[in-house]
Design a protein around this ligand. Structure first.
Ligand code: HAM
Length: 432
């Protein structure tokens, strides 16, 4: 029996990997334009890191973590907690008052797999640590929007504020009172969570809860003065930067660490999984994890969802990989000779390929076409004797005779000057 990949864990095959590279390259380029530096953390962390940050009463910590319970370690379900752990552990705030960091990598959640929802998925995560200003919140959302636009995607931005420890408890009481009075219409999950996590009812997908919360008190009406001013500042800055957004007072996040601004990049094109990216502010979290009392804000985009959406929404074709030159070798002596030439071309930074199997010329030329080679050099025993090979431009089908007279190093350089004319050789044999 063949062994298959585990449910919810997916291979990214070569063609799809090119799409992923395209997304990742664009993201790195934009993140760096915004002054972000890359950081990489391990996949395994102490379980306590996630229960203390994401929250004991969240779905992620309650039922979705891949934990080795006998060892007290967990495969990270998200990047923020790990990134902050590293930030605190290495005292990064000492070097710079505001740190802008990003990381890209796999995360693990034991969710029910469906379109756009996997058990191993990949996030591109960005965090700005040490800044409280609402302009920073807006800048971060503008960066997310810029990335989505550059990828050719149409995604809308929704924002909300979840208040702070000064105003959220009051809102929580108001909401519990409202929900308690209508308890029989709540779904089982929301009824169970009423005491521990009542805010989840606001974004519950069940029809009963959805209808019920339409008239529930709005968190935006319960914000304290400071949170109100901050939220107004975020809106003002988003308008200044020309970022289109809408307010969604029902948006609560599946992670407990958020304060004030939260936001989601939303689409209707991915079925049940509407969020392509999401994030928010977490002003008390760093201190809660044993670090200095610094504020922070960030977001993460899901790479699987971005790739799916690009396939659906854009006509941008997946970039094809190409090869500079394929050497078709016929016969043992020619194969040996070609292996040296291929190697030399690779040291000159050309993408060169050949086939050692001694297949027919027709089969080898087919192979050259399959790997999208721009040129093919055909070397057989006769060509070695006559010191002349055929060089074919695979796009135009034009052929020229290529002399094999000089030593291999010189041949390789001459080939490079044909394939990459920017490496022309001058008369006195200098490569420019
Ligand atoms: P999150 O909303 O849990 O937030 O995840 C962010 C994004 O990761 C989602 O919008 C989605 O695109 C992707 N994602 C999440 N779960 C899955 C899954 N099972 N399969 C595929 N994609 C998924 C966070 O993780 C926060 N750490 C974001 C953040 C950064 N907040 C502040 N800083």
């Amino acid at each position: 029996m063949k062994i298959k990949a585990i449910n919810g864990f997916k291979d990214i095959l070569p063609e799809a990997a090119l799409r992923w590279q395209q997304i990742e390259q664009k993201a790195r380029d934009i993140f760096e334009r915004f002054g972000m530096c890359e950081i990489r953390m391990p996949i395994l962390e102490k379980t306590e890191l996630f229960s203390r940050s994401i929250g004991e009463a969240t779905d992620i910590v309650e039922k979705e973590m891949y934990s080795f319970s006998d060892k007290g370690i967990t495969m990270r379900p998200e990047a923020t907690a790990s990134l902050l752990r590293a930030f605190i552990e290495h005292g990064l705030h000492v070097q710079q008052p505001v740190q802008r960091l990003y990381t890209i990598g796999p995360m693990f959640r034991h969710e029910r797999p469906q379109k756009g929802r996997l058990r191993q998925f990949h996030q591109m995560d960005v965090e700005i640590i040490g800044a409280t200003e609402p302009q920073v919140d807006a800048e971060l959302m503008a960066m997310g929007q810029m990335l989505l636009n550059d990828l050719g995607l149409t995604v809308s931005l929704e924002i909300n504020s979840l208040g702070c420890p000064a105003c959220r408890p009051d809102f929580r009481v108001k909401l519990i009172t409202y929900l308690e009075a209508r308890k029989e219409s709540l779904c089982e999950d929301c009824r169970r969570r009423l005491a521990t996590n009542p805010l989840r009812a606001l974004d519950c997908k069940s029809r009963g809860c959805k209808a019920l919360v339409q008239d529930a008190p709005s968190i935006l009406d319960s914000l304290c003065n400071d949170c109100n001013t901050h939220f107004a500042g975020v809106e003002h800055s988003l308008n200044l930067l020309g970022v289109t957004y809408s307010k969604n007072r029902f948006m609560v996040r599946g992670l407990d660490y958020y304060t004030r601004t939260t936001f989601e990049f939303i689409t209707d094109d991915l079925g049940a999984q509407s969020a392509v990216g999401a994030g928010g502010r977490y002003d008390g979290l760093i201190e809660q994890l044993g670090g200095p009392p610094l504020p922070g804000i960030g977001f993460a985009m899901g790479m699987e969802r971005l790739a799916l959406l690009m396939d659906q929404q854009t006509d941008s074709t997946i970039p094809k990989s190409s090869t500079d030159i394929f050497i078709a070798a016929l016969g043992d002596e020619a194969t040996e000779y070609s292996s040296m030439l291929t190697h030399k071309l690779r040291t000159l930074e050309l993408k060169a390929a050949m086939d050692y199997s001694g297949r027919s010329l027709k089969a080898q030329m087919k192979q050259a076409g399959r790997i999208n080679s721009r040129f093919a050099l055909i070397i057989g025993e006769n060509e070695l004797v006559e010191k002349q090979a055929v060089l074919r431009n695979m796009q135009t089908q034009e052929q020229v005779t290529f002399s094999l007279n000089e030593i291999i190093d010189e041949q390789a350089e001459r080939l490079r000057s044909i394939i990459k004319p920017e490496f022309r050789i001058t008369e006195d044999n200098v490569i420019i």
